[in-house]
Design a protein around this ligand. Structure first.
Ligand SMILES: Cc1ncc(COP(=O)(O)O)c(C=O)c1O
Length: 421
């Protein structure tokens, strides 16, 4: 493998006029944008922009076609059988909120009207996006929010999760891959556990989608959410996958133009299918960008990208473990033995504040995250107040890892000298 990624040249942010020395290690927050995506969006916005699903003239109909073709493309990308199970929105956050208020809240109200109780189950590893909507619902209806604990390696503990699921659980919502721990959960087994008890499942795929090997049919989840910007697409665009019969059963989340059959002052009839959840105007440029991002990854070969990133991840973990002051947040031994290290790792450096490290590294053009990464309760569970997080993208190479390690060693030396002074 070369020191520099063969695909780095596709990312204009590294050109001499922009940030040629940038060592970007915060892909989990957002992926950098390949020129293919930026150009496709620019081209659409400049030369063929119109409002979709509204006008009967060529430009508008072309925009409509782009959105509907995108549904097909995304369905096939995540292994969904029908394009009608793909709902466009602004991102994973909106997807979770949609399911909370369009699907789960009516279930709670129905159960309560029959004098039954409900509970909601999530895991201890959730991003706030997959915690706060459930927290509000459970507070509002005074029902229980149950938290599934993690196993020693940081994945969801299946045995203990199983004990929390019962016939009053109205949703099991959990992450495919935590944005702090970086390990892939056994989503198919977890969904099977829930299915055995007739419990609907929602998976937060925000961090897992980057690997491009999602198959919602095989996983057999009811809902799956992700954001375009976590897969080399633009911000402000995301996808909710829902099983088609659930789409028909659910009530719309936001109301407005573009989602109705008929409207009267007193009564309205909503459209069926995903359009029911896409009131207002589509983010067509964002959807075009997402499609281009998927095409870009497919053209490079998702398999090759994953092989490349896996190798890089292994190098990163091995290099970090050589630092005497490196303190990972979860036990890595087992994963290292199996070569099952993911491209995201959170850790502390003994004796140095994470924020101080991030600031010093920033001055050396190394961009990484310090803090709680929108997962405060998880940090409490892990017994740390903050962490440093490194996450890789296909533009990274060995040289970036070497720069990180040199930067960390430098920080350690500076801090050691300061403590002596
Ligand atoms: C695991 C996870 N879930 C949800 C989100 C929210 O994604 P977005 O901000 O794109 O809605 C993120 C973003 O970092 C995430 O990492």
């Amino acid at each position: 493998m070369s020191n520099i990624s063969p695909w780095k040249k596709d990312f204009p942010i590294f050109v001499p006029q922009a940030h040629p020395y940038l060592c970007y290690l915060d892909t989990a927050a957002t992926c950098l944008t390949p020129k293919h995506v930026a150009e496709a969006m620019f081209h659409y916005q400049c030369y063929s922009h119109a409002n979709s699903h509204k006008g009967m003239y060529q430009l508008s109909m072309t925009a409509t076609e782009k959105v509907e073709q995108a549904r097909e493309k995304i369905a096939s990308f995540i292994g969904a059988q029908q394009a009608q199970s793909i709902v466009f929105n602004s991102g994973a956050t909106e997807g979770v909120n949609l399911v909370a208020y369009s699907f789960v809240e009516p279930l709670i109200i129905e159960a309560m009207s029959k004098g039954e109780r409900c509970n909601i189950v999530i895991s201890a590893a959730e991003h706030h996006a997959n915690l706060l909507p459930w927290q509000r619902l459970t507070q509002q209806y005074n029902i229980e929010l149950r938290i599934a604990p993690l196993a020693i390696d940081g994945t969801i503990d299946l045995a203990r999760l199983s004990l929390l699921l019962d016939d009053q659980t109205c949703i099991l919502a959990f992450t495919h891959c935590s944005n702090v721990i970086g390990k892939i959960n056994a989503v198919d087994k977890i969904c099977q556990l829930a299915k055995n008890k007739n419990i609907p499942t929602l998976i937060d795929g925000a961090q897992a989608v980057l690997r491009g090997d999602i198959n919602v049919k095989a996983i057999d989840c009811d809902f799956y959410v992700f954001s375009a910007h976590k897969i080399y697409g633009p911000t402000g665009c995301g996808v909710l996958y829902a099983k088609p019969h659930l789409i028909e059963q659910m009530r719309p989340y936001q109301l407005g133009g573009g989602m109705i059959n008929t409207v009267d002052f007193q009564q309205s009839e909503y459209l069926g299918g995903p359009l029911k959840f896409e009131s207002g105007s589509h983010n067509v440029a964002g959807i075009v960008g997402l499609v281009e991002a998927i095409d870009y990854m497919n053209d490079l070969s998702i398999k090759d990208i994953n092989l490349y990133i896996d190798d890089l991840a292994l190098y990163m973990h091995k290099s970090l473990r050589e630092l005497s002051f490196y303190r990972p947040v979860v036990d890595e031994k087992l994963s290292l033995m199996n070569n099952k290290m993911t491209s995201l790792v959170s850790f502390q450096c003994e004796g140095i504040q994470c924020q101080d490290i991030a600031n010093l590294l920033d001055s050396e053009n190394v961009a990484l995250r310090a803090g709680q990464h929108c997962a405060q309760p998880l940090h409490k569970v892990l017994g740390v107040n903050e962490t440093l997080r490194v996450s890789l993208g296909l533009y990274n190479g060995y040289a970036d890892i070497d720069k990180l390690i040199a930067g960390l060693i430098h920080c350690h030396q500076v801090m050691a000298m300061e403590s002596l002074a």
